[in-house]
Design a protein around this ligand. Sequence first.
Ligand code: ADP
Ligand code: MG
Length: 364
Amino acid sequence: MRTRSLRMSLPQVGEFNLIQSLRRRYGQTGRAVLCGIGDDAAMVRASSAHALLITTDLVAEGIHFNLHTATFADIGYKAAVANLSDIAAMGGTPQYLLASVAVPRSCTASNIDDLYGGLMRACRPHGVELVGGDTSESKDGLFVSVTVTGCVEPGRALRRDGAKVGDLVYVTGTLGDSLAGLRILTRKGRRQRRTRGREGANPRYVKSLVDRHLHPTPRLQTGLLLAHDRLATAAIDISDGLSGDLAHVCRESGVGAEIEAAAVPLSDACRAYAVASGVDPIDWALRGGEDYELLFTVPPRNCSKLGRVSQRSTCRITRIGTIRPRAFGLRLRRQSGRVTQLADSSYQHFRAARTTPREAAWSS
Ligand code: ADP
Ligand code: MG
């Protein structure tokens, strides 16, 4: 983005270009910074053997959440997970958390206590301790900003910029569940109203999708396994959607990629709810953010070792595609064999998107 672009409106520029512009203009760093703007977390050399990881995420009422569909505890939980997931994507161990809140007067002290209860519920299983934050009054809506620090051995860290042509592309867990869960919570549009009866027929599916939206799992154990055995050449967590997050890895690594639609892992619940809604579940998997699964690339020589990691991992690991040369671009091979450009359909702040802010909630 050149100076002329600085006069453009934010919807014209879009979130990603804005960040790239800030990175180019202000993101120069010294030698201690091993990884600055552009990865899931910053990485700063702390000693010869260790690096400090630092990541932060801000969530805003009306953009990332609303108080009709999430409790204060849900909001706190997910704000913590967004950060823990970034540490997972770096192959690190999370350690400390700072939480800042800007709170409207309409909230009670008990609401904020519940929010912190949710934050700590996400943190405790990983031994992450709250060490600070900030508190302000807000004139309009609740804002929660969370920062998490962690540590990693620099030589084992997973970065976005290491994918090589020929590497295989993998994801953890299943994709699209969070967006399906959000659709259930908001039940917006005629399609959702039409499927309400069928949702009712599958309360187990409905519950599991809503739970995946409100309480995602940071894939810390899998990130650590990948880093420990130096199996992956690149990694990112899926917070914006598979299409957008894969594009980030490809841009940082200077490569292209081909994804097999038939291989993209979908839960039975997501598949059933999408079919009942008249939607191709693959579309939800491609553009739905907030699944907080890991996407990573592995050279073919490491595939047998990955099989062993997969057995020890608490979540499933699925191969979904291959890294191609940059000129190949990003392509999707549909089940029919038809190959199309894989457009970035993920949510971007400011951008006129197919999704409303509420539908795209939480993808920061
Ligand atoms: P993630 O989805 O992994 O949380 P983001 O898309 O929020 O990542 O950010 C991508 C990269 O840009 C990260 O390295 C982040 O630190 C950086 N970044 C995002 N917003 C800003 C900002 N306003 N100023 C500086 N760096 C930013
Ligand atoms: Mg991330």
